[in-house]
Design a protein around this ligand. Structure first.
Ligand SMILES: C[S@@+](CC[C@H](N)C(=O)[O-])C[C@H]1O[C@@H](n2cnc3c(N)ncnc32)[C@H](O)[C@@H]1O
Length: 256
C-alpha cells in the first residue's frame, strides 16, 4: 500500500460528509442503538456497557458522533476524534442541537496526542476500525486505555472483502481475491462507487496482533443482515449478507 491513505481518506470524508447528515440526524435520536450497515440491534450485540456513569470513553474515528452521543446518554464523559473537519462539523452541530458536551477533537486516531491511560472504554464503528492500519491504531487504543479498560470495534468481515469484485461491483459468491496476506483494499480508483483505502486482516492476523499488543478477546461476533433486509447496501447485496458474515465485532480487554 503506497498511497498516502491518511490524506486520501481525509479528503474522501470531507467530500462525502454532506451525504451523511440526514443519516446522522436519525442515528443521534435512535434509542436503543442500532449498529453497522444493516442496523443490528444493541440487544443482539451488547456493544456498550448498560451503565456508563463515571466512565471516560473515546470514539476513534467518530464521524458524525452518534455513537459518542449514545455513550454520553448512558452517563459517560465522552471524547470523539476524527480526521475530517466536515464530519466533525456535523457532529458539533448535532451536539449543539442536543445540548451535549461531548469533546469532539480533530486528529488522527492512530496518533491522538491524548494522555496515556485516560479512558475506561474505547469504541469504533466503521471508523479507525476500517480506515486505519490495525497495527497503527490498535496500539494507540491500548495506550489510551486504563488497565481493565475495554475496546469494542465493528468493521467489515474479511469474507465480504474477498467476495467483492476488484472493480467495486457488489459482492457475490465467488472468491475474487486471495485470503492469504489480506491487508485491506484501495477503493479510490474502482469503477463502481469509489471511496478510500480500507484495512482488514485474516482472522489469524487479527488474533496474532491482539496477542502481540496484549489485548484479551472477551467476545467475537459475526454479523449477518436481518431477515427483513432488502436491496444492496455498501456494495453488499442483502441476500449475500443473510447467508455470509458481512461484519464482525471484536470485544477486547486490556488486562489489569
Ligand atoms: C463511516 S464514518 C464512521 C463513524 C461513525 N460511526 C459514523 O458513521 O458517523 C468513518 C469516519 O472515519 C474517519 N477517519 C478515517 N480515517 C481516520 C483517522 N486516521 N483518524 C480519525 N478518523 C478517521 C473519517 O473521517 C470518517 O468520519
Amino acid at each position: 500500500m503506497t498511497r498516502d491513505y491518511l490524506t486520501t481518506n481525509k479528503d474522501v470524508w470531507n467530500a462525502d460528509a454532506a451525504n451523511w447528515v440526514d443519516f446522522a440526524k436519525d442515528r443521534w435520536v435512535l434509542d436503543p442503538p442500532q449498529w453497522g450497515t444493516w442496523g443490528n440491534t444493541e440487544e443482539q450485540l451488547s456493544m456498550l456497557p448498560v451503565d456508563m456513569a463515571g466512565m471516560d470513553a473515546i470514539e476513534l474515528g467518530c464521524g458524525t458522533g452518534y455513537v459518542s452521543y449514545w455513550m454520553s446518554r448512558r452517563g459517560a464523559r465522552v471524547t470523539g476524534i476524527d480526521i475530517s473537519t466536515e464530519q466533525l462539523q456535523t457532529a458539533r452541530n448535532l451536539a449543539t442541537q442536543h445540548g451535549s458536551d461531548i469533546a469532539f477533537v480533530e486528529g488522527n486516531a492512530e496518533e491522538t496526542g491524548l494522555p496515556d491511560g485516560s479512558f475506561d472504554f474505547a469504541i469504533s464503528e466503521y471508523g479507525a476500525s476500517i480506515w486505519c492500519p490495525p497495527d497503527s491504531w490498535l496500539p494507540e487504543a491500548w495506550r489510551l486505555l486504563r488497565p481493565g479498560g475495554q475496546l469494542v470495534f465493528l468493521g467489515n468481515h474479511p469474507l465480504s472483502l474477498i467476495c467483492s469484485p476488484l472493480d467495486g461491483a457488489p459482492a457475490n459468491r465467488t472468491l475474487h481475491r486471495p485470503y492469504k496476506n489480506i491487508w485491506g483494499a484501495d477503493w479510490t480508483t474502482v469503477e463502481f462507487e469509489p471511496t478510500g483505502v480500507c484495512f482488514n486482516l485474516t482472522m489469524s492476523g487479527w488474533m496474532d496482533l491482539f496477542s502481540q499488543i496484549g489485548f484479551l478477546v472477551t467476545r467475537y461476533q459475526e454479523l449477518y443482515a436481518p431477515e427483513w433486509a432488502q436491496g444492496t447496501r455498501a456494495a453488499i447485496p442483502s441476500d449475500w449478507a443473510k447467508e455470509y458474515p458481512v461484519e464482525q465485532v471484536f470485544h477486547l480487554r486490556k488486562p489489569n
